[in-house]
Design a protein around this ligand. Structure first.
Ligand code: 6PG
Length: 243
């Protein structure tokens, strides 16, 4: 059971304020990580919620102070589509953020979806293992929450939820673009910080079940960093049913 002191729930009046707090958190974590370890590692998420955050990080206020040369970008899940496709998760982050900032191309690690899903997952896992010299601990893994309680591409009822060894796995889901490549719990739960961004009234019921509830009913409840901190950043519509 997750220790309460490792969980932080923050509620903001608007999606913009939530995104601003996330941008501040990313910037301060990046500056700290670079001063301590010489680099900052973040896995971005798909979905539409982080769009404002990505655009904010591209503004001068953040972009001029982010340590881009020492920032390394990965994705916590990807859809099996060619890079650049409008539903490929990397596309939003690239267009809204990465195309506008001084990050070296070599610091960006897209999921290699030109391969088959199984090869892409195995290849991405190996890239991550090599990058972290065998012990992957991301400074931040950004996640979203689906209406059915999924996160990354960890969907209800799928085998990948039981994965204990692999860090990245291919999976088939009942959603738009059924073939996915996703971080698994063993990788997510090693992170220093996991940051969920959740916005909108359509997420309110499931969010209250997840945050107030017990048990493991929804995939997002399996996210419980072993040594890190779980941050829930919510707008007030998403948080409206929390006790
Ligand atoms: C994906 C995502 C997924 C997403 C949630 C929330 O590839 O679909 O990574 O886990 O984050 O479905 O999506 P929204 O932000 O669009 O609500």
């Amino acid at each position: 059971m997750k220790k309460k002191e490792n969980v932080e729930v923050e509620v903001f009046d608007t999606k913009v304020e939530m995104s601003e707090a996330a941008a501040d958190f990313i910037l301060s974590t990046a500056l700290k990580a670079v001063s301590v370890y010489g680099r900052f590692t973040i896995a971005l998420s798909g979905g539409s919620t982080p769009k404002i955050l990505y655009a904010m990080l591209a503004t001068d206020e953040y972009a001029s102070v982010m340590p881009w040369a020492d920032t390394y970008i990965f994705w916590s899940d990807e859809r099996n589509l060619p890079a650049g496709h409008e539903d490929y998760n990397g596309t939003l982050a690239t267009k809204a953020l990465l195309d506008h900032v001084q990050i070296p191309e070599k610091n960006i690690y897209p999921v290699p979806t030109h391969l088959s899903p199984a090869e892409a997952a195995a290849g991405y896992e190996q890239e991550i293992l090599d990058f972290f010299e065998g012990e992957p601990v991301f400074d931040i893994i950004l996640l979203g929450l689906g209406d059915d309680g999924h996160t990354a591409s960890l969907f209800p009822g799928t085998d990948v939820l039981n994965e204990e060894e692999r860090l990245v796995k291919e999976t088939t889901v009942d959603a738009k673009v059924s073939e996915r490549i996703t971080f698994t719990y063993p990788l997510i739960n090693e992170a220093d910080n996991v940051l969920f961004l959740v916005s909108g009234a359509s997420k309110a019921d499931i969010l209250s079940d997840i945050i107030n509830g017990t048990g493991d009913k929804y995939p997002a409840q399996g996210v419980a960093p072993a040594n890190g901190t779980l941050h829930w950043y919510l707008d007030k519509d998403a948080a409206s049913k929390l006790k």
